[in-house]
Design a protein around this ligand. Structure first.
Ligand code: AHG
Ligand code: MN
Ligand code: MN
Length: 328
């Protein structure tokens, strides 16, 4: 099949990509409404099912996944999707130029307590050799994060906010619920290079490897310790919320490996959590790493692969990496 050259907007962004992002946003508007309806629509609580990763699915996980899946696969712009809530890749239209990996609802443990949740998405090109129309497989999604043509999240909080990058900086858009449109509210988002705020689930402290133990211990020593300053701690239990705070005012977020679970040491997923957040953070002047390699340059090996994550303010991430003996 012969393919037409992509049509570009003045700023160089492909028109099909813009239409695809609009499709994601249409689904997210619906998710935002349903998250807000909560008990009124009977959508709180769990289903009786588990996803492929052995996690119980909440009703809103399933609903959000279905909305995104249906709208993306019908859009004509998407060749295939991968989702936290889908065991395998699902194919869409043959003419689609893009692959979309997503976490339909991030922060599921917050759903039933009326706290922050979000949708994370990563858009990849269809590999050149598959442009002619052969079936898309898991292998085609296993591209390093630097290949992403766009990435973002929609946060369902007191307001619904989109953070978006198409590889030229990060912008925030706020959903105006009176008109139903996402309006540009902040441009050129820049993460301050230094910070005194950190985010880690410290209930897992006994499971961390020695470098992370030392890094956090020195932070907790405050002004009188080796760091010579006091830190503040925040943990939202929703990566979208923690990354949003870091994009707004800086900070470091980490979900390190757990040494007590050798077969499943990591929590966050590479393709639809770490990579899209990594592109946003790097485009806003921050850094992201596993502690031993740059996440965006990793060659993924599995669709639902999990990785340790350290991200945020550049200088602070570098200090954390010094404890891991990793030099940028
Ligand atoms: P999800 O709800 O999509 O499974 O992701 C939850 C993730 C992430 O959003 C958050 O940072 C972390 O898990 C929270 O972990 P704890 O349960 O350890 O707080
Ligand atoms: Mn998630
Ligand atoms: Mn999720």
């Amino acid at each position: 099949m012969r393919r037409l050259a992509p049509v570009l907007r003045e700023d160089g962004v492909e028109l099909d990509l813009i239409s695809l992002i609009r499709t994601i946003l249409a689904a997210c508007k619906d998710i935002s409404f349903r998250v807000g309806q909560a008990d009124l629509a009977g959508v709180l609580g769990s289903t009786l099912d588990e996803n492929i990763q052995g996690e119980t699915q909440k009703k809103l996980d399933v609903l959000s996944n279905q909305l995104l899946k249906d709208m993306l696969l019908e859009s004509g712009f998407v060749r295939a999707i991968a989702s936290e809530e889908e065991d395998f890749v699902v194919e869409g239209e043959h003419g689609g130029r893009f692959l979309v990996a997503f976490d339909p609802l991030d922060g599921s443990s917050n759903i039933d307590v009326n706290s922050l949740t979000g949708t994370i998405f990563s858009i990849l090109p269809v590999p050149e050799e598959k442009m002619a129309g052969e079936p898309i497989t898991e292998q085609d999604f296993l591209q390093p994060g630097v290949n992403q043509v766009a990435a973002g999240y929609v946060m369902y909080g007191p307001s619904t906010i989109l953070a978006l990058t198409t590889g030229k900086g990060v912008r925030f858009f706020t959903l105006d619920k009176t008109h139903g449109s996402f309006l540009l509210t902040q441009e050129s988002i820049q993460i301050p290079e230094e910070t005194q705020e950190f985010a880690i689930n410290s209930s897992n402290q006994h499971k961390w490897e020695i470098p992370m133990q030392r890094y956090i211990r020195d932070i907790l020593d405050g002004k009188g310790g080796i760091r010579g300053k006091n830190f503040n701690m925040r943990w939202i239990a929703c990566m979208v919320g923690d990354v949003h705070r870091i994009l707004c005012r800086g900070g470091i977020f980490t979900y390190p490996a757990h040494t007590d679970e050798p077969t499943k040491p990591n929590k966050l997923r590479l393709l639809y959590e770490a990579n899209p957040m990594g592109l946003l953070v790097e485009q806003a002047g921050g850094l992201i790493s596993t502690g031993s390699e740059n996440i965006l340059e990793m060659q993924p090996t599995e669709l639902h692969q999990r990785v340790p994550v350290i991200l945020g303010s550049k200088q602070e991430v570098k200090i954390c990496l010094d404890y891991h003996d990793y030099k940028f």
